[in-house]
Design a protein around this ligand. Structure first.
Ligand SMILES: Cc1cc2nc3c(=O)[nH]c(=O)nc-3n(C[C@H](O)[C@H](O)[C@H](O)COP(=O)(O)OP(=O)(O)OC[C@H]3O[C@@H](n4cnc5c(N)ncnc54)[C@H](O)[C@@H]3O)c2cc1C
Length: 381
């Protein structure tokens, strides 16, 4: 068993940490307060090869492994949760399905520009009436000659406002057992009838772009069907499993940032004539926070390692996502407590981290759904 990062993984970690400290962290407060999507930063991330990090070079990627990608998400999330969310969604949700399920033509046309960072990827699964229960999808795709005609609505889709194409799930029929057959389609933005509205006023991850999609008689060629139509549901479960590793890594980054601030503050802040870090109550909080962050990191890296080894990783991805996201909320809350009234003030940045962390317990499967996934792996259902 090897607990050291490889030299290549360390190089990427140093590079992304340095980039995030210089280009992202100094602006995170402003982007949060004014809900600014940092478009130029994504351009630079594209130039550094970050948007294609886990994809082979032949598809415009950097050829790194999932561990390296998880490290990159953690470092970006440490600087800004919203930027981290858009980064994770672009790679894990927008580009990955094209890599795993696309034809060679689809990869060349749609994956290469995403991996090179020329556009952002997005994945539209959630609908106003189909969240945790994706089988409740109502968007339809009906074959008409050589084209599919899509109708429906999607909500809270990350990056759609800056995407070149959105992968949209839609019902294409019924399988033999009478269940809905859900397939995925590559829908280029700008297609007639495809409207993208980005007007949500979010609690956190405010630097991330989140949009509503309306599809009215949107026509796409048959060649835009992604993967095997009868396995659409399984395909997006695989996509979400991978995405969960990245959300766990993002949660970890937010938790680490809050912990770093709390530790530094505790060593500086004096009350009753001594630093608050000399009080056992504060020491115990910091000790628990450090331990839980370390546990979460081990879980993220193990899930990523399993994926890289092409071993089953669904349960471990759910473990990592559940534990890291709940740890992030807890750690940010304790970091705020350690800061006292200052933590409640915007300028200290802790309340932003707490708001950002909360999303990690909701997106890509809520904590309740992660527990269901784990229970299923235990053979309970
Ligand atoms: C900022 C943001 C970005 C997002 N980005 C994307 C994106 O890019 N693409 C995309 O497709 N979606 C995206 N989503 C949607 C996200 O994945 C969903 O919000 C999430 O899956 C939960 O669905 P829901 O909000 O409809 O909650 P619901 O499913 O309505 O759940 C409500 C509550 O009921 C609980 N619950 C539901 N079913 C069960 C059950 N069987 N057992 C126990 N408890 C249950 C849930 O855990 C939750 O607590 C995003 C959401 C947000 C807020």
């Amino acid at each position: 068993m090897e607990f050291e990062l490889t030299r290549e993984q360390q190089i990427v970690q140093d590079m992304v940490r340095d980039f995030a400290r210089r280009e992202i962290a100094p602006h995170a407060e402003k982007w949060d307060q004014e809900a600014i999507f940092p478009k130029d930063v994504f351009k630079k991330m594209g130039e550094l090869g970050l948007l294609g990090l886990p994809f082979p070079e032949q598809y415009g990627g950097s050829g790194a492994d999932t561990i390296t990608y998880a490290i990159a998400v953690e470092e970006i999330g440490r600087a800004c949760g919203g930027t981290g969310l858009s980064y994770a969604a672009a790679v894990s949700l927008g580009a990955s399905p094209l890599y795993y399920f696309g034809t060679e033509e689809q990869k060349q046309e749609f994956l290469v520009p995403l991996a090179k960072g020329e556009a952002l990827g997005a994945f539209g699964l959630t609908e106003p009436n189909a969240g945790s229960d994706a089988k409740g999808t109502r968007t339809t795709a009906v074959l008409d000659g050589d084209e599919y005609v899509l109708n429906g609505e999607k909500c809270w889709i990350t990056n759609a406002g800056y995407a070149k194409c959105v992968i949209v799930t839609a019902v294409t029929g019924e399988s033999e057992n009478g269940k809905k057959q859900i397939s995925a389609f590559i829908v280029p933005t700008g297609t007639k009838g495809f409207e993208i509205r980005c007007n949500y006023d979010k609690m956190g991850v405010r630097a991330s772009n989140t949009c509503e999609l309306v599809l009215k008689d949107v026509r796409v060629p048959k060649s835009h069907l992604l993967g095997d139509p009868s396995k659409g549901f399984k395909q997006f479960l695989f996509t979400l499993d991978g995405g969960r590793i990245s959300i766990a890594a993002l949660a970890l980054g937010i938790a680490q940032a809050a912990f770093d601030k709390a530790l530094a503050y505790a060593k500086e802040r004096k009350q009753f004539g001594q630093t608050i870090s000399s009080f056992q109550a504060i020491q115990f909080k910091l000790a628990d926070m450090a331990m839980e962050i370390e546990l979460a990191r081990n879980m993220v890296l193990k899930a990523a390692w399993l994926k890289d080894q092409k071993k089953p990783f669904s349960k471990e991805a759910a473990f990592a996502k559940l534990f890291a996201s709940e740890t992030a909320t807890k750690v940010c809350n304790q970091a705020l407590q350690i800061h006292g009234g200052y933590g409640y003030m915007r300028e200290y940045g802790i309340e932003r981290m707490l708001r950002d962390a909360k999303l990690m317990e909701i997106g890509e499967g809520t904590s309740e759904i992660q527990r269901l996934v784990i229970a299923r792996h235990l053979g309970c259902l």
